[in-house]
Design a protein around this ligand. Structure first.
Ligand SMILES: C=C(N)C(=O)O
Length: 128
C-alpha cells in the first residue's frame, strides 16, 4: 500500500505533487527545489552552492521525518539548469555524506520551476 508523506519543514509544493510517496520500505521523493520552507522562496537565486544546500536540506527533512536518512539513499537524480555548475554543486553535495555515496545521475535540463538552478530527487530505504 502506498502512502503520501511530507515534512513540516518543507516549503509549499509549487504544483500538483506530493513531497514524497512511501511504498513498502522505499521512499520516493518528488524533485526538491531549493525553496526555503520558512520563506517559501528561493533565498539565493544566483548561488548554486546555497541552492544545493537548500535542496539537500529539503530531501533530508523528508527522510529524517519519515524513518530514513541520507545514508539510506539508494539513488539520487540531479537536474541542473547549467552543467557548468556541476563541480560547485558536487562540492556541496558530497559534504552531506560521511560514508559511501548513493548511486546518482546528474544532467542539465532546459529550465526548472521557479527559475531554480537545481532540483534533486531521491529514492531511499526506510530504517526498520
Ligand atoms: C517541483 C516539482 N517536483 C514538480 O513540479 O514536479
Amino acid at each position: 500500500m502506498l502512502k503520501r508523506i511530507s515534512s513540516e519543514k518543507l516549503p509549499q509544493a509549487v504544483g500538483s505533487y506530493s513531497p514524497a510517496t512511501e511504498v513498502g520500505n522505499l521512499i520516493f521523493t518528488s524533485g526538491q527545489l531549493p525553496i526555503n520552507g520558512k520563506t517559501n522562496k528561493i533565498d539565493f537565486p544566483d548561488s548554486i552552492e546555497e541552492q544545493t544546500k537548500q535542496s539537500m536540506d529539503n530531501v533530508k527533512y523528508i527522510l529524517e521525518d519519515n524513518k530514513s536518512s541520507l545514508e539510506n539513499i539508494v539513488k539520487t537524480t540531479v537536474y541542473l539548469k547549467n552543467i557548468k555548475d556541476f563541480a560547485s554543486f558536487d562540492q556541496v553535495y558530497k559534504s552531506y555524506f560521511t560514508g559511501s555515496f548513493p548511486s546518482r545521475t546528474a544532467f542539465e535540463v532546459g529550465d526548472l520551476p521557479m527559475g531554480a538552478l537545481i532540483e534533486i530527487e531521491v529514492v531511499a530505504q526506510k530504517i526498520g
